[in-house]
Design a binder for this molecule. Structure first.
Ligand code: ZN
Length: 430
């Protein structure tokens, strides 16, 4: 039995809200005192830290964006004297300048603490051996997986990414029970274990996926090939410490996030007002204890939704869904906000079709907008099933996204593929 727990000691939502308010007030006065950039931002918005008296007052605060981080390069929004900084990480960044984030020793300690909580949420114990097959370095935070693992008390195997040969050998020799990897790495490894006939020689029970979206089909395949008990999703972005800011529990009903370390708002990316509970919107985060670079209403551009209700596990830590996509990818069709990730989700639930699709939007002569989905049949699916499949897809789209779409089934392999992100949305409307 583990002697200690890394879960918060709060027993009720009221206690959590009290802790969040204290953290919010601390963050505001800390940022105001320590960072000229934040002080300017808050002054311009006419908000003094002391004017925030309830959690609802968060709505008065200005937003922080990726641009703020880029403008302050190389050490943006730094709110402590430089001698308190003990480490930096950076996001490799596909657009514009890199985002560099500083950490104090307390930030690292906090991160390590709540990372240990991830392993506790996944119900590991001190006997577990965790093969960490993600990168170590400035751009990635494999080190956080390791520090959390050691703090928790399990055994870390800092394997690093790639090198399937070595990974397979470690799985056999060290009898790793848990593996941390990206989903694409997980799939490669699962296929390799299968090809080498190692299933009976390994002891892998759980996998924890970080840092990229994974389709349901891919997850199912990995789970089957490796006969895993559980797959967990670990969210994380460099701006908000890094990986480990939440984890789904064994019921997999959504990601419990560490609401004692940050406040999560889900806002409509257009109006920047909260969406109704359970609806999709942009994740906006405010940290409660972060010293070096606190975040005040940071717009992540990532889309998700809150999962309403209580989780069967009984944890009071709230849940958000997996990341559905980026707000920059949002489509407005007949006054409904749609994210490609939602279409992806619907399609992955229909048997007989492949994983590739395109969304075509056009305005026809009647002045109305129309959506056509081009969807590949699965490899072995006969074209005679087209009418049945397209009816099924239309019904599910109508039911889950509340819009009407036309569906065109196309041959397997006929839509272009890309190693990078495939273009899926073709919008010819004015
Ligand atoms: Zn739960």
């Amino acid at each position: 039995m583990m002697a200690r727990t890394f879960m918060p000691s709060i027993g009720s939502i009221d206690e959590l809200r009290e802790l969040q308010l204290k953290g919010l007030q601390w963050t505001l006065s800390h940022a105001y005192k320590g960072s000229p950039a934040y002080r300017k931002k808050l002054d311009e918005a006419g908000v003094h830290p002391e004017s925030v008296r309830s959690l609802e007052d968060i709505a008065k605060l200005p937003f922080t964006t990726a641009q703020d981080l880029q403008e302050g390069y190389p050490f943006p929004l730094l709110s402590v004297p430089f001698e308190k900084v003990v480490r930096i990480h950076a996001s490799s960044g596909t657009t514009g300048k890199r985002k560099v984030l500083c950490y104090t020793q307390k930030d690292i300690d906090d991160w390590t603490h709540f990372f240990a909580r991830c392993y506790e949420m996944a119900q590991l114990n001190a006997e577990d051996r965790v093969q960490i097959a993600v990168g170590y370095g400035l751009w990635t935070a494999g080190i956080s997986f390791q520090m959390g693992c050691e703090k928790f008390g399990a055994m870390a195997i800092p394997a690093g990414p790639g090198n399937l040969d070595m990974q397979c050998q470690f799985l056999v020799d060290f009898q790793s029970s848990v593996m941390v990897a990206t989903a694409s790495m997980g799939l490669l490894l699962a296929e390799e274990v299968n090809r080498r006939g190692l299933q009976d020689k390994i002891n892998l029970k759980k996998m924890i996926f970080g840092s990229e979206r994974s389709s349901d089909a891919m997850r199912k395949r990995i789970k089957e090939l490796l006969a895993l008990e559980h797959l967990f999703d670990i969210p994380g972005m460099t701006e908000l410490y890094g990986p480990g800011t939440g984890l789904d529990c064994k019921y997999h009903t959504g990601i419990h996030y560490w609401a004692d370390y940050y406040i999560l708002e889900i806002l409509d990316p257009d109006t920047l007002k909260p969406v109704p509970d359970g609806e999709t919107g942009e994740m906006v985060v405010t940290t409660l204890r972060k010293e070096a670079v606190p975040l005040i209403r940071y717009r992540t551009r990532d889309l998700t939704r809150m999962v309403p209700g209580e989780c069967p596990c009984g944890s009071i830590l709230p849940r958000h869904d997996r990341i559905l996509g980026r707000s920059d990818d949002m489509i407005i069709f007949r006054a409904v906000n749609i994210y490609p990730g939602q279409i992806d989700h619907v399609l992955s639930g229909v048997e007989g079709i492949g994983s590739e699709y395109q969304i075509h939007l056009e305005r026809r002569e009647d002045g109305r907008d129309y959506m056509t989905l081009k969807v590949e049949r699965d490899e072995g699916t006969d074209p005679s099933r087209d009418p049945e499949l397209s009816r099924k897809i239309k019904e599910e789209i109508k039911k889950q996204i509340l819009v009407s779409a036309e569906v065109e089934l196309v041959q397997y392999g006929s839509l272009p593929r890309s190693e990078r992100k495939s273009k899926r949305v073709f919008d010819t409307r004015e």
